[in-house]
Write a protein that binds this ligand. Sequence first.
Ligand code: ADP
Ligand code: AMP
Length: 213
Amino acid sequence: MKIIMLGAPGAGKGTQAKQIAAKYEIPHISTGDIFRANIKEGTALGMEAKSYMDKGQLVPDELTVKILLDRVSKDDCKNGYVLDGFPRTIPQADVLDKAVSELNDKIDYAINVDVKDDNIIRRMSGRRACLNCGATYHIVNVPPKKEGICDTCGSELVIRDDDKEETVKARLLAYHEQTQPLIDYYNNKGILKEVDGTKDMNDVFADIVNILG
Ligand code: ADP
Ligand code: AMP
């Protein structure tokens, strides 16, 4: 099964994608996580991506598409994957479409996790991230067992550099201009599914499982 998660930054794509990956035994692929891992390791790719991410802008398509195509060509993607944060532009979606068609395959579902902007700003200010294992928490909605420490791997939790309020506003602008058009794109392909991302995260997941079967 090949699944794309759509939605504004902070809508809960990652939270849901991790659960989908566990239940359906497919890899969870987050381009944001790949960039953050590269930033942590100090690679050239990471340094370039950071210059855009810190401003709340999208990383250029050329760079992003390359890392995504590399990742989905790995063996563990043979039975599918759940993409979180890719595609974010129409050209990215076209490249993915072409790559999948060349394998005589298709994307099964594009799930749009719908959350309005005011709600997003509240969520992002409480998000805490583990840069070691990729786990995500929220200081009110999903607190870790021990404050500031990842339940899964014991690393220290951080506020992402791009979760500052001003950067979140820039990210929302980029979302509306460049990513939101993908909702129509996948609707026209007949694979768009909408879920209400403002519900409790377990209820959002139950709605997704209803769709995926
Ligand atoms: P995205 O991957 O779309 O950027 P995340 O999955 O990281 O979003 O979620 C953003 C923040 O909102 C996190 O702090 C997460 O714990 C919290 N969150 C996710 N889903 C919900 C939900 N249904 N209700 C409340 N908070 C949520
Ligand atoms: P995320 O972790 O999905 O919220 O992504 C964090 C940041 O990484 C985004 O604000 C972008 O700067 C960059 N990024 C992640 N995925 C993409 C993508 N598909 N295209 C362009 N930039 C991306």
